[in-house]
Each structure stands twice: as structure tokens, then as C-alpha cells.
Design a protein around this ligand. Structure first.
Ligand SMILES: [Fe+2]
Ligand SMILES: [Fe+2]
Length: 364
């Protein structure tokens, strides 16, 4: 990896414009009336809690490439016997690249969030929802800015994982702001919130830790918005429309689970060009890596997650979908057949979201 702190990442062929056309719902609202006090409060808080990434964070912090920026806990499979047999240098190179690949997903995901929040601003029929989602759009722009600036210090950016792009593209092409919110505020942000929380705990780089804390504060409002507005929207829907949204949610959750090795993370993830590059750049043969994984599976090895690790599907995504009414009796059967438990314990979720009137919570 580059040791420079100011260099721009090298350009790769995949870093080109990926543009397509899609129909977009647009709803004017000339009443300018605010019906939801909760949304008014969230919007007020969004305005009060704006921050400037350029001045609020200490970008002068140097990143020492010889030291890991996250703890090895972040990558449970480093405990596999196969990884333990590798040299220290190879393991450290792997951690450096795998971290960069993960941060690149944060960067690309934030760009997706920027566009979906803008789409909700256009399409949501309620005035206060437009105001709030406009504030979220600006939050997401700031998140793109901070991850881009941080990754430039690492000097290397990885391509977006195909499954992440597919889920975000499906939300942008859904022609329904409710589906866009299911895809982004429930599913992608559920995954992101868990990843950010775990990153905040595991980051050994003070700049990474600090920027993740700032991002998490904004995200706690986004999750609250998803809950307040989507719950009302789904409750007001015709049952057929509700089933359509529930089906969209199931398809997105299943696609994500299938691509990432199942909800328990113990299955085989789908090949990811970015991760293949990580292996290549770390000098690890794919064949050896796969063999190492299979052997560990055969020996009954299960990668244990560190204490306090938040599980995206169990703790955030599924409880959020259940809570807003995006899981119906019909789709419960689909989840059951797909071996995806319909977790509905909202305790972790509620501890992480902005309660619209209370202070921002961050579990330890
Ligand atoms: Fe964000
Ligand atoms: Fe967000």
C-alpha cells in the first residue's frame, strides 16, 4: 500500500461512470404543513448537529502503514489455522488490504445513500419528510467526503462489491420511495450501522475512530427516520401494496444473505472481485485460501465474533423490518423457507437510534 499521506489513489478501469436511466417519482406538496412532530424534531436535530468534516476532524494525523488501523478482531477468519500458519508479514499485508477493501465499501455505500436520500426527497409526499430527507442527503454527502478523504491517505480504493451495488441499484430503480427506504434505511443502513459500530470499537487509528463516531451520530437519526416515516407509510398502504413492499424487503435480504455467506456468516460468500484482489495483493493463493476454509469447516471450526460485536441481520436489519410492518405473514414463510430467522428483538436497534427527543445513544 502507498505510504504517502497525500497521494491520490491510482485509477483503475472500474473507476468509471456507471450511469443508467430510471423513472423517478416526484411529489410536490403545496400545503407546507407539518403533521408529524417526531419528524419536525428529527429535522431540527439534523440542522443543529451539522458538522464540517474539514474542520471538525484532525486530518493531520499520520497513518503509519506498518501499524494496523484496525484490530485483528475485525477479521474473525484470521483465527483459522490456515491464517495462523502464514508469516506475520503476509497476515499484516492481508489485514491492511482487507481493511482498505472494507472502507471502500463504506465509501461506495455512502454514495448510494446520498442518491437514495435525494430520491426520497423527490418522491416522499409529506412536506416534513422532504425536509428531513434533504438533511439526510447532506449528511450522506459529508460521509462520502470523510471516507474518500481517509481512503486517499491509504492510497488505494477497491471496487464496490457486486451484491452491494445490486441492492442499491434495486432501491434506486424501484419507483417507490417506500421500497427505496426499505432498501436503504432498513437494509443497507442496518448493515452499515453494524459495520460502523464494530469499526469504531476495533479501530486503532484515532482518526478512523473519530470519523466513525461522527458518522454514527448522523446514522442514528437516519435509522430513526426510517422507523418513524416508513412505519406510518406502510400502515397507510393497501394490503396488496404492503405485500409488494414486503416482497421487495425479502428479496433484498435474501440477496444480501446469499452473497455474504448466509445470515450466520458461516456459509461460502459469493466470489467478490475486490476480495480476490485482496488475496492476490497479499500473496495468498485463492486455492490455498479456499482449502484452508474448507479444512477449518471440516474440523468444526466456527469463527467466534468478539464480545459486543453487533450482528447486522439479527440486531438491526430484521428487527427494523418487523417493527415498521415490512414483514407480513406471507413473507414470514418465505424467510422460514430461506433459513433466515425473523429476529424481532429491538433492544440493540433502539439503543443505537436517535429517539427523536432524547440524546444520541451509542452502546459500548
Ligand atoms: Fe451515511
Ligand atoms: Fe445514512
Amino acid at each position: 500500500m502507498s505510504t504517502s499521506t497525500n497521494s491520490s489513489p491510482e485509477k483503475y478501469p472500474w473507476q468509471e461512470l456507471a450511469a443508467y436511466e430510471t423513472a423517478m417519482d416526484v411529489a410536490w406538496n403545496f400545503s407546507y404543513e407539518i403533521d408529524s412532530e417526531k419528524l419536525r424534531n428529527l429535522y431540527s436535530k439534523a440542522k443543529q448537529n451539522q458538522w464540517d468534516a474539514e474542520t471538525q476532524l484532525d486530518w493531520s494525523i499520520e497513518i503509519d502503514p506498518s501499524k494496523p488501523i484496525v484490530g485483528e478482531d475485525r477479521f474473525p477468519f484470521l483465527k483459522l489455522p490456515f491464517f495462523q500458519k502464514l508469516s506475520k508479514t503476509t497476515r499484516e499485508t492481508f489485514v491492511a488490504h482487507a481493511t482498505c477493501q472494507l472502507l471502500s465499501q463504506f465509501l461506495h455505500g455512502e454514495q448510494g445513500a446520498l442518491m437514495t436520500a435525494a430520491a426520497v426527497t423527490h418522491a416522499a409526499p409529506d412536506y416534513e419528510a422532504k425536509l428531513y430527507s434533504a438533511s439526510q442527503t447532506f449528511d450522506e454527502a459529508r460521509h462520502v467526503e470523510v471516507y474518500d478523504t481517509y481512503i486517499k491517505k491509504l492510497g488505494l480504493v477497491y471496487p464496490i462489491s457486486p451484491w452491494l451495488k445490486e441492492v442499491i441499484d434495486a432501491t434506486l430503480q424501484s419507483h417507490s420511495f417506500a421500497k427505496t427506504m426499505v432498501g436503504m434505511n432498513m437494509i443497507v443502513e442496518g448493515l452499515a450501522l453494524a459495520a460502523f459500530h464494530n469499526m469504531r470499537k476495533q479501530a486503532s487509528c484515532p482518526l478512523l475512530r473519530s470519523l466513525t463516531e461522527y458518522v454514527l451520530r448522523d446514522e442514528s437519526r437516519h435509522v430513526a427516520f426510517g422507523n418513524v416515516y416508513l412505519r406510518k407509510t406502510i400502515a397507510d398502504m393497501h394490503p396488496d401494496e404492503r405485500e409488494d413492499v414486503a416482497q421487495f424487503a425479502f428479496d433484498a435480504v435474501r440477496a444480501m444473505a446469499d452473497s455474504t455467506g448466509g445470515v450466520d456468516g458461516k456459509g461460502m460468500p459469493k466470489p467478490d472481485p475486490g476480495f480476490l484482489l485482496v488475496l492476490e495483493r497479499s500473496g495468498i493463493e485463492l486455492e490455498d485460501f479456499m482449502k484452508g476454509l474448507m479444512e477449518a469447516g471440516g474440523a468444526g471450526f466456527a469463527a467466534h465474533l468478539p464480545p459486543g460485536h453487533i450482528h447486522a441481520f439479527r440486531d438491526l436489519m430484521m428487527p427494523a423490518l418487523v417493527r415498521v410492518g415490512a414483514v407480513t405473514e406471507r413473507t414470514r414463510e418465505l424467510y422460514k423457507n430461506a433459513d433466515i430467522p425473523v429476529w424481532d428483538d429491538v433492544r440493540v436497534l433502539e439503543s443505537m437510534e436517535d429517539g427523536t427527543t432524547g440524546d444520541i445513544q451509542m452502546p459500548n
